[in-house]
Design a protein around this ligand. Structure first.
Ligand code: ADP
Ligand code: AMP
Length: 216
């Protein structure tokens, strides 16, 4: 299956991506995670991306598309993938079609996680991520047993720089202006499916699996 997850920042894409990639045995490809790894390594790409990420802007399309193209060529993505956070602009979506076409494949489905703005703001303000294993937690909705320590690997949790309130407002605006138009773009192709992403994580996963069934 070739699947894209779409939804505002904080909709639960990273959270659901982990479960769905396990369920469908496809690699999760998160452009946010790839950029954060480059930033962590202080690679030239990371240094370029950081200035955009810290201010809640999108990294330029050419840079992002080149990074995804490289990742899609990894052998594990040959038979399917789950994209989380890409595409985020119409031109990225067109570029993705252009990358898949010569490989003789196309997207099967775009899953929209539907959550209203007030809820995503609460989710982003309490999001914590593990330095060790990358697991996503929430101070209120999915707390660890000991504050600041990952239950899964014992790693230290951190708050993302771009989850500070000033940046969150801007990211939501960027989503509305640049990413939300993709919903109509994919609906017109008949490959969009929406799920209510409010409620316990495992309920959302069940709804997502149910919605994806007719596309696999
Ligand atoms: P995204 O990848 O779309 O930005 P995340 O998966 O990182 O979103 O989720 C944002 C925050 O919301 C995280 O702290 C996560 O633990 C929390 N979260 C995810 N799904 C739910 C849910 N169904 N209910 C409550 N909180 C959730
Ligand atoms: P995310 O982890 O998906 O919330 O992404 C964090 C940040 O990485 C975004 O705010 C952007 O600065 C950058 N980013 C991630 N994916 C993309 C993309 N597809 N296009 C441009 N920038 C991106």
């Amino acid at each position: 299956m070739r699947l894209v997850l779409i939804g505002p920042p904080g909709a639960g894409k990273g959270t659901q991506a982990e479960y769905l990639s396990e369920r469908f045995l496809i690699p999760k490809i998160s452009t946010g995670d790839l950029f954060r790894a480059h930033v962590g390594n202080e690679s030239p790409l990371g240094l370029e991306a950081k200035q955009f990420m810290d201010t809640g802007q999108l990294v330029p399309d050419e840079v992002t598309i080149a990074m995804v193209e490289q990742r899609l060529d990894d052998p594990d993505a040959a038979d399917g993938f789950l994209l989380d956070g890409f595409p985020r602009t119409i031109s990225q979506a067109e570029a993705l079609d252009g990358l898949l076409e010569p490989r003789g494949v196309k997207l099967d489905v775009v899953l929209e996680l539907v959550v209203e703005t007030d809820q995503v703001i609460r989710r982003l303000s309490g999001r914590r991520t593990c330095h060790g294993c990358g697991k996503i937690w929430h101070t209120e909705f999915d707390p660890t047993t000991v504050a600041g320590v990952c239950d899964r690997c014992g790693g230290e949790l951190f708050q993302r720089e771009d989850d500070r309130p000033e940046t969150v407002t801007h990211r939501l605006d960027v989503y509305t202006k640049q990413t939300a138009p993709l919903i109509n773009f994919y609906a017109a192709q008949g490959i969009l499916v929406g799920v209510d992403a409010v409620g316990p994580v495992e309920d959302v996963t069940e709804r997502a699996i149910g919605a994806l069934r007719s596309f696999v």
